[in-house]
Write a protein that binds this ligand. Structure first.
Ligand code: SAM
Length: 280
C-alpha cells in the first residue's frame, strides 16, 4: 500500500507483476523444500520490498481491482519449510511503515525491516554472512536503481541465489539507435553494467554519407534483445551459474518492460529456476 496522508493507496501492478511473483513463489517454495534437511540458516532478502501487497485489475477494462500478495508476503507465507529470517529493505518511509504493519501479522517470525538504499544495504548483508548462512535475494526495482557493484557483492558472497528484474525498457530508451547516449545517460549505464565497455559493445561504426564528408557514426541495432543478452553475458562474468532461460515481461501492448534473470553460485538453484522459467 502507498500511504498518502491517512489514505492507503495500494501500488498498482500490471499483468507482468503476477508472472514475476508466481515465478518467485514457486522458486522460494522449491528452494526451502530442497534445503529442508540441511543445517543452513535460510534468509530471504527483499531488496526493493514495497509494502507487502499490490492491486491488480481483475477485468479486461481495468475497472475492477483486487488486492494481491506482493513479494514480501509471498516469502512470509512459504510454509513447507519457512525461511528462518527475512530482511526487507525499502527506501520509502511510507512503505516502511506498511512493512512494520505487515510484520505485526507474523508474530514470532524473525523479520528485519531496513529503511535504506538497497545498494548500501546489500553489500553489508553479504559481508556479514557466516558459514551456514544461505540466502535468496530478490532485486525488484521500478527502474535502473540496481548498481553493478551490488550484483558483484551478491556474486562474491558465494552463498546467494538471486532473482534480478532488469529494467529492459528503461535501459533500451537510454541507448538511442542512431547515436551514442549523452554523457549523463552514459554514466547511468556505466553504473548499471559496471563499466562503459560492457554496454558500448552494442554500438558499431556505421558510415553516413553527407554532401560534406563521409561521417563515421556509432549506431546500435534496434530493439532490446541484444541489450538483454549483454546483461546476461555480464552476469556470467561474476556468477558461476546463470539460468539459460530468462523471462521477458511485457506490458499490455506487448512491449518488453523487464527481463527476469536468475543467477547463483549453486548449480542446483539454476536447474530449479530453469525448470520454473520453462514450465510456468
Ligand atoms: C517494484 S516495487 C517493489 C514491489 C515488491 N517487490 C512487491 O512485490 O510488492 C519497488 C520498490 O523499491 C523501492 N525502492 C526504490 N529505490 C530503492 C532503493 N534504492 N533501495 C531500496 N528500495 C528502493 C520503492 O519505494 C518501491 O517500493
Amino acid at each position: 500500500m502507498e500511504n498518502q496522508g491517512d489514505v492507503n493507496i495500494p501500488s498498482f501492478g500490471g499483468p507482468w507483476t503476477g508472472q514475476k511473483l508466481e515465478i518467485l513463489r514457486r522458486y522460494l517454495d522449491a528452494y526451502t523444500t530442497a534445503l529442508k534437511c540441511q543445517p543452513f540458516q535460510l534468509t530471504y532478502v527483499d531488496a526493493f520490498a514495497g509494502t507487502g501487497s499490490y492491486t491488480s485489475a481483475v477485468d479486461a477494462y481495468e475497472e475492477f481491482y483486487e488486492l494481491r500478495s506482493g513479494s514480501t508476503r509471498i516469502a512470509l507465507d512459504i510454509d513447507d519449510k519457512p525461511f528462518d529470517k527475512l530482511t526487507l529493505i525499502e527506501k520509502d518511509v511510507r512503505r516502511v511503515r506498511d512493512l512494520r504493519e505487515l510484520k505485526k501479522e507474523y508474530p514470532g517470525r524473525d523479520i528485519r525491516i531496513v529503511e535504506s538504499d538497497a545498494n548500501w544495504e546489500i553489500p553489508s548483508f553479504c559481508n556479514n554472512m557466516s558459514g551456514l548462512d544461505r540466502a535468496v535475494v530478490f532485486l525488484d526495482p521500478y527502474a535502473t536503481q540496481v548498481s553493478w557493484a551490488t550484483i558483484e557483492a551478491i556474486a562474491d558472497a558465494g552463498k546467494i541465489d538471486c532473482w534480478i528484474l532488469f529494467p529492459l525498457m528503461a535501459v533500451t530508451r537510454m541507448m538511442p539507435t542512431e547515436n551514442e547516449p549523452d554523457e549523463t545517460l552514459a554514466n547511468q549505464l556505466d553504473r548499471v553494467f559496471g563499466g562503459r565497455e560492457h554496454w558500448r559493445q552494442s554500438y558499431t561504426y556505421s558510415h553516413q554519407l553527407s554532401i560534406w564528408r563521409d561521417e563515421p557514426r556509432r549506431k546500435r541495432a534496434p530493439g532490446s534483445e541484444q541489450i538483454a543478452s549483454r546483461y546476461r553475458d555480464r552476469l556470467n562474468t561474476v556468477f558461476s551459474s546463470v539460468a539459460g532461460t530468462r523471462r521477458t515481461l511485457r506490458n499490455s501492448k506487448n512491449a518488453p518492460l523487464f527481463e527476469l534473470f536468475f543467477a547463483a553460485t549453486n548449480p542446483t538453484g539454476v536447474d530449479i529456476a530453469d525448470y520454473i522459467l520453462k514450465h510456468w
